[in-house]
Each structure stands twice: as structure tokens, then as C-alpha cells.
Design a protein around this ligand. Structure first.
Ligand code: 9D3
Length: 237
């Protein structure tokens, strides 16, 4: 059902040379619903639209030499200004940024307006980076540009926008909320290729089901992500 339009609680500006990459992500699933419900707003700005020469160049060779091309500051800054309002929190996506995680997602979800600046080529002119409020990376591997990283950030942040997630409890119980992996899930059929669904899940005994899930969460975390358990012990318990 379509609800009455709300004032968006988060506005996201996206600065990119490849806005077409975002179309399906913005149209689909939770992000699509949040936008259609007016909870989330996305606006694009393309540095290409601010290129000054006949060839619409936005990149140039690095001063001092070296491989590849660098995004020129003029068109990039003009595009940022198109979507950045006063008080916007400007986030550069960059392989040199701070590692993105659940704490950063929840911090960004509390802002009124963020701008995600995506680079292409070998990088951005450093003078533009000086105007960013922070730089974030999604991990230590090389992507072709900031767009895929911006989509990961956008997806993680959109889930935390108030009202975007229909069911509030699936949010509280979610993996990483308490520093553990999620318990294993099963659905129909009860027997598949000879493998049975654990009997406790069919028992209807919700106290026992809760205990079992907690135990499995701990077991899975110890096996697959022991680093999470260690991090958790040293912070909360
Ligand atoms: C050889 C120097 N490269 C840095 C590791 C240059 C370079 C490669 C690829 C600069 C930028 C990029 C494009 N990547 C991103 O813009 C990016 C990214 C990433 O590559 N990994 C993880 N997170 C991110 S956020 C943006």
C-alpha cells in the first residue's frame, strides 16, 4: 500500500560520472520502497555536466607524472555544490578511507543530508578531498570506482532510516547489532535431500527456540568469525 508522502528523514546526494549504475539499486527492494514512501531522497550530480571544454573532459594527467588520470577539481567541486546544501555531511569514497562498518552506517543514518562523492580513474585532485568531512573505504581491495562502494553504503544506511524497515525487531536482532553472527535459518520443506530441520524449531516452545538460536549464534561466530567474539569480549561482553 502507498502511504502519504513524508518529509524525507535522509537526503542523499550522489556525485558520480556513472549515475546509470545506481538505477536498479534505487528502484529495488527496501531502498526503492523507502524512496517511494518519501522517507529517503536521492539526488545526482555529474561532474561531466560541469566540464568546460568541447570534449567535456573531467580528467587530466597527474602533475609529477605517474600512471592513469586524475579527476580535475573544477567539475568535481561544481557537482558537489549542486547537491550539497548547508550542513551537508560530505563523504568521499576512497580506497584510502576509514573502513566502513555498522558504526559508520548508524552514524550516517542520523544525518539529515549526506553527499557521497564517487571517484573514477586513479583518484581525485587532493584539493577537493580537503573539503570532505570524512573518507570511507569498503575494504582492502581495488574497485574500478567509488560507485559500488557508494551503493553498499547507501544500502546499509537506508535500512537504518526510521520507518524504512517494516519490521523493527528484525532490525534489533540482526547480525552485528550485538556483535554475533545470526543464527541459522530454515524453511519448508521439513526434510530436504534427507536433511531434517532441527526438531526444536518445530516444537513451538519459544523459550527453547530462543536458547537454541543463541547457542547456534555463538557456535557459528566462533567457527566463522572468531574475530567478532574477541572484539566483543574486549568491548561489552
Ligand atoms: C594504485 C593506486 N590505487 C589505489 C589503491 C588507485 C585507485 C584504484 C582504484 C584509486 C581509486 C580506485 C577506485 N576505488 C574507489 O574509488 C573506492 C574503493 C576501492 O577501490 N576499494 C574499497 N573501497 C573503495 S571506496 C572507493
Amino acid at each position: 500500500m502507498r502511504r502519504a508522502p513524508a518529509r524525507p528523514s535522509l537526503r542523499v546526494g550522489i556525485v558520480t560520472l556513472a549515475p546509470e549504475m545506481f538505477a536498479s539499486v534505487l528502484a529495488t527492494g527496501l531502498i526503492g520502497r523507502a524512496i517511494r514512501a518519501g522517507l529517503l531522497e536521492a539526488a545526482f550530480a555529474n561532474p561531466r555536466d560541469y566540464a568546460r571544454d568541447a570534449h567535456r573532459r573531467v580528467d587530466a594527467r597527474p602533475y609529477g607524472g605517474g600512471p592513469g588520470m586524475v579527476l580535475m577539481p573544477g567539475p568535481l567541486d561544481a557537482a558537489i555544490r549542486q547537491v550539497a546544501k548547508r550542513g551537508s555531511w560530505i563523504v568521499g569514497l576512497s580506497p584510502r578511507g576509514r573502513p566502513f562498518g555498522a558504526p559508520t552506517a548508524s552514524r550516517l543514518a542520523k544525518k539529515k543530508q549526506i553527499v557521497l562523492v564517487c571517484g573514477r580513474y586513479e583518484g581525485l585532485d587532493e584539493r577537493v578531498c580537503e573539503s570532505f568531512d570524512e573518507e570511507i573505504s569498503i575494504g582492502d581491495y581495488v574497485l574500478s570506482g567509488g560507485e559500488v562502494a557508494a551503493m553498499a553504503v547507501l544500502d546499509a544506511v537506508a535500512r537504518l532510516v526510521p520507518g524504512a524497515m517494516g519490521n523493527a525487531s528484525s532490525f534489533a536482532e540482526e547480525s552485528f547489532a550485538d556483535g554475533l553472527l545470526e543464527y541459522p535459518q530454515y524453511t519448508r520443506p521439513r526434510v530436504w535431500r534427507g536433511k531434517r530441520v532441527p526438531a526444536v524449531l518445530l516444537s513451538g516452545n519459544h523459550a527453547r527456540i530462543g536458547d537454541w538460536r543463541r547457542r547456534k549464534s555463538l557456535e557459528l561466530t566462533r567457527r566463522l568469525r572468531p574475530d567478532l567474539l574477541l572484539a566483543r569480549k574486549s568491548s561489552k561482553v
